[in-house]
Design a protein. Structure first.
Length: 638
């Protein structure tokens, strides 16, 4: 091997263009190999030994193995005195390059370069999802993600004031019905870089091999599909977040590792704040098979400076039971023992301490929590407290003031130091449980036996919102579900006088009967000083869905098919069909014709593009047009 390297070095040195400052340039040689440069190939082929190593003969032709050649060149300088190609480091690598040295290491999967429609609108509607490739279908994607018209506007869900008293030029609490991906891209016009908090509880990934339904949102989804589904939505989330915005994402133990890598790529590793661990049930999980999963995860990304300290609760305040009359401005304090034998032994922590009666606690018998210098400073600052037990044995303690325990200094109007905050803990084991979420809903829907499966508790979402230091935050939840985020936002506003606004998006049909209804009932029950505007992405293909379902005449169904080809948006799988199909439909049963027509419709083009709001073919009334122009702004260029 060494002889071959010497022979190759001598051969390459014959070509002046490969030599710089007396040494062969690896970059130039590698580039010549990549481009199959004739000069290099002729040079290598001229040497019998070299030719035999890097060329294969086929039908009288020499075929250059440029991969093998590059490997040799790239590894040549690593270990010139060894016969191994590997470096002295131990670690994960992609062939010759260590992963730690590559700042472009990302999670890859099939369909990553695609956009997933995700057009489910009912829990039992399982679709064969369609992917749009970003390179092959840019026009379709642009059309798909263009802003949509809002219709069916109501205030507080009341038909009586369907269009009155609504002003979308102002900031409102919003509940939006429609495909969440398309709704997010529609919101970008108004809320781009303006959303302060995003909380989502998206469909969890489940490994089907473990007996759970893979991606329960749609049983046809696999891991790669779930990742594409999430990537599409996280990318637009990033564009919606403000400079000091944060996003919280609930997930399970099976999906958290994939989701963490995906979020690192989308938001940037530097934007990772923490991974909250939420204990979701109080019981031990005796009904579980295998290991009981009693916790979930909440990934947090964004600007860490947006987070604040939380109020002390009563239990925490009880620990600060002492008051220092001499240093009243320091506030209450707790006492900690200075002696601690559990610490790793350190010479610097063994020093003599003189007690008030002149006796000495010898350093050889005690290990303290601080060195001599720190002890003296604390003693001079009146922070060291000596006390004796009933046997006269001295105990040494030190003061921990409330204001300095993991918090910021806050001064009252008289200049006294007070403390109202502690650093949030990543372990959320005593906030609330799944059963609390169920109780929250049962309180508002007592007449329904089972309202919603596994709703998140209000206390949990409220806790996350409290961490964000912004009482005027715009809060977005685009997997709104039962509407917990809205209730948590209103409740926190009531508690601290905030003016937070919520924006909910839900594409399932229960958005009216559950999500919106919950917000209405919560406002009445708890007396929240809030209202909201309900909006729907204005349906387009849905017009044909309704007509097809209500039609039983074959001629009429075929007429609808002919019209659909001119006006409807058809799915990618049937985009090449034309009117010649119509005669063949006559031979089908009515039910089969209906199924064919419904299958041809693109379920993600159910909504009217805002760019066509003035098109009379859509029959949009003047007030709806006015409301949309209020929302998007007259200056918005479609």
């Amino acid at each position: 091997m060494q002889n071959l390297l010497d022979e190759l070095t001598e051969l390459l040195a014959k070509e002046p263009s490969y030599v710089i400052a007396g040494r062969i340039s690896r970059d130039i040689v590698v580039e010549s190999a990549l481009t199959m440069d004739k000069t290099l190939l002729d040079l290598l082929a001229s040497n019998e030994n070299i030719s035999r190593q890097f060329f294969k003969r086929s039908h009288g032709y020499l075929i250059f193995d440029k991969v093998k050649f590059q490997k040799l060149i790239l590894n040549k300088d690593f270990l010139p005195d060894s016969y191994t190609q590997f470096q002295i480091n131990i670690g994960l690598s992609t062939d010759e390059h260590y992963i730690k040295d590559d700042n472009r290491v990302v999670l890859n999967w099939p369909y990553k370069d695609c956009l997933l429609e995700g057009g489910q609108d009912a829990e039992d509607a399982k679709r064969s999802e369609i992917f749009w490739n970003e390179t092959l279908a840019p026009e379709q994607i642009t059309r798909l993600l263009s802003p949509k018209v809002f219709g069916n506007c109501t205030k507080n869900g009341s038909e009586e004031n369907r269009l009155s008293e609504i002003d979308l030029s102002k900031n409102n609490n919003l509940i939006i019905k429609g495909n969440n991906l398309l709704a997010l891209h529609t919101l970008k016009v108004r809320y781009g870089s303006r959303v302060d908090v995003i909380y989502i509880d998206p469909p969890y990934y489940f490994d089907g091999n473990k007996g759970s339904d893979t991606f329960s949102y749609n049983s046809n989804f696999k891991l790669s599909t779930w990742l594409t589904f999430m990537k599409n939505r996280l990318e637009i989330s990033k564009k919606l977040l403000s400079a000091k915005g944060v996003i919280f994402i609930s997930t399970n133990d099976e999906g958290v590792y994939y989701l963490k890598m995906l979020c690192d790529e989308v938001f940037g590793v530097e934007k990772y704040i923490t991974n909250f661990i939420w204990k979701k049930r109080a019981g031990g999980g005796n009904d579980s098979e295998g290991i009981a999963m009693d916790h979930e995860y909440i990934l947090c990304y964004g600007n860490v400076s947006a987070l604040k300290k939380l109020d002390f609760n009563e239990e925490q305040l009880k620990k600060y039971e002492f008051k220092d009359e001499k240093y009243e401005t320091h506030g209450p304090y707790s006492l900690k023992n200075l002696h601690d034998s559990s610490l790793q032994d350190s010479k610097g922590l063994h020093h003599d301490i003189v007690c008030p009666d002149g006796s000495i606690l010898l350093g050889k018998d005690y290990q303290w929590k601080c060195n001599k210098e720190t002890f003296d400073e604390r003693n001079e600052d009146n922070r060291i407290v000596f006390s004796q037990d009933k046997n006269g044995k001295w105990r040494v303690q030190y003061k921990i003031y409330l204001y300095e325990n993991k918090g910021q200094l806050i001064y009252d109007e008289n200049g006294k130091i007070i403390q109202k905050g502690i650093i949030p803990n990543a372990m959320l084991d005593s906030i609330a449980s799944n059963s609390d979420g169920t109780k929250d809903l049962k309180l508002l829907f007592p007449e329904i036996k089972k309202v919603f499966s596994y709703p998140k508790p209000v206390k949990l979402i409220k806790h996350l919102l409290k961490i964000v230091d912004n009482k005027n935050a715009v809060v977005l939840d685009y997997f709104a579900g039962s509407g917990t985020t809205a209730q948590a936002t209103m409740e926190l506003n009531q508690e601290d006088g905030g003016n937070r606004l919520f924006v909910l998006i839900e594409q399932m049909n229960y958005v009216e009967s559950l999500t919106q209804e919950r917000v209405k009932r919560a406002i009445r029950h708890f007396g929240y000083h809030s209202d909201f505007v309900y909006l729907e992405l204005m349906e387009l293909n849905q017009v044909y869905v309704t007509r097809i379902k209500n039609e039983d005449s074959k001629p009429s169904l075929i007429a609808i098919w002919n019209e659909m080809q001119q006006k409807a948006f058809l799915g990618l799988r049937v985009s090449g069909l034309d009117s010649r199909v119509s005669p063949q439909l006559v031979d089908l049963e009515t039910a089969d014709i209906k199924k064919f027509l419904l299958d041809t419709l693109d379920n993600n083009m159910l909504y009217v593009p805002y760019s066509e709001i003035d098109d009379s073919d859509y029959g949009i009334d003047a007030r709806t047009i006015e409301l949309n122009k209020q929302f998007f702004g007259d200056s918005y260029d479609v």
